[in-house]
Design a protein around this ligand. Structure first.
Ligand code: RB5
Length: 142
C-alpha cells in the first residue's frame, strides 16, 4: 500500500500519479487534499508520514508546489526519510543509498512525464543494503 498526499499546489500532479498507480495495479491510500482549495501542506505531510512510519503503508509520495515544504514536514516524523527528487538519478540514488521511504515531488517544478518516470524509478529501485549505507542510515535514526 502506498500513502499519497498533496496540498493544492500538488493536486493536479497527484491525480496523474494516482492514474499511474492504478494503471500499474498498485494500491494507494489518498490522504488528501481532494480538490484545489488552498490547504496546509504540513497536515498532509504528517498524515502520510505517520502511515509510513507505523507500517500501514510501505512507501509514501507527497506533493506540494515545490515539494520542499511537504518534505520538510514529513521528515519531522521519526523513521521517515523523505527525498525531494527532480530527476531519475536522485530517485534511484536515494533508494539505493538512503533507503528513502517517501518521495517528494514539486507539482509546479516537474511536468507529469518526468514525474511519472521519477515515481517509477523510486518504486522499483531496491535499497542496496550495503554496510556503509546501513551505518549512515542508523546514524540518522540516532
Ligand atoms: C503553496 O502555495 C506552496 O507554498 C506549497 O505548495 C509548497 O510549495 C511549499 O513548500
Amino acid at each position: 500500500m502506498i500513502a499519497i498526499g498533496s496540498d493544492h499546489g500538488g493536486f493536479a500532479l497527484k491525480q496523474e500519479v494516482k492514474a499511474y498507480l492504478e494503471k500499474n495495479g498498485l494500491e494507494y491510500k489518498d490522504f488528501g487534499c481532494y480538490d484545489e482549495t488552498s490547504c496546509d501542506y504540513p497536515e498532509i505531510g504528517r498524515m502520510v508520514a505517520h502511515a509510513v512510519a507505523d507500517g500501514s503503508c510501505e512507501k509514501g509520495i507527497v506533493i506540494c508546489g515545490t515539494g520542499i515544504g511537504i518534505s520538510i514536514a514529513a521528515n519531522k516524523v521519526k523513521g521517515i526519510r523523505a527525498a525531494l527528487c527532480t530527476d531519475c538519478f536522485t530517485a534511484q540514488a536515494t533508494r539505493e543509498h538512503n533507503d528513502a521511504n517517501i518521495l517528494a515531488l514539486g507539482g509546479r517544478v516537474v511536468g507529469p512525464g518526468l514525474a511519472l518516470k521519477i515515481v517509477d524509478t523510486f518504486l522499483n529501485t531496491p535499497f542496496s543494503g550495503e554496510e556503509r549505507h546501513m551505518r549512515r542510515i542508523e546514524k540518522i535514526e540516532e
